[in-house]
Write a protein that binds this ligand. Sequence first.
Ligand code: URA
Length: 216
Amino acid sequence: MPQANYSPKEEALHNLKTEMEGNQSLPLQESNLVFGDGNPGAEVMFIGEAPGYHENLQGLPFVGRAGKLLTVFVDGIGWKRKDVYITNIVKRRPPENRDPSPEEIAAYTPYLMKQVEIINPKIIAPLGRFSMNFFLPTAKISRDQGKVFWWKDKLVVPLYHPAAALRSTTVKEELKKSFVRLPAILKKYEKFLEEKSAKEEAPEETEHKRQQTKLF
Ligand code: URA
């Protein structure tokens, strides 16, 4: 039962989690639900592939070796893990850490969509190709990681999966370079949104010059 001091986003996420827990038709029922972690009002949402061994045990995403590296990268750009939101496209662990199947991805994505809708981040950063190809079906991770794409009214910045960075120094360097750009991308997008709403407001302002702008 949600507590009275829950924010509307917290409450909506809580309800979504309860709905997922009750949906026995979702695949991978033998493992635990790993719903997501972080700030429900986050500006940036990182989306991985599926929980692994440690995530399944703790019920939290990205808490194993790859997760620790993700946390290092988040800290490294002056953000905090608790301020962003971290989840996966598939929310239960595939056996032996195999890749999630297209059927598993299809079964879980409506819930991911609801989660994105509730959190309503400005930037979505898919980690690795599975999550990237959901948002950008024709993108290629080695070609497109670090580039900025539109997805609905949001920006999508695909990144290498941190597990791949644990296996290759080159990938780690590329991932670090892309991470370092994220704060500037967010700032620029926020400026764009401000200017856009200023423009939308402008016609009204020229007709009613004394009307107070809603931007300040
Ligand atoms: N890899 C993922 O894609 N997600 C996790 O939560 C952990 C490892």
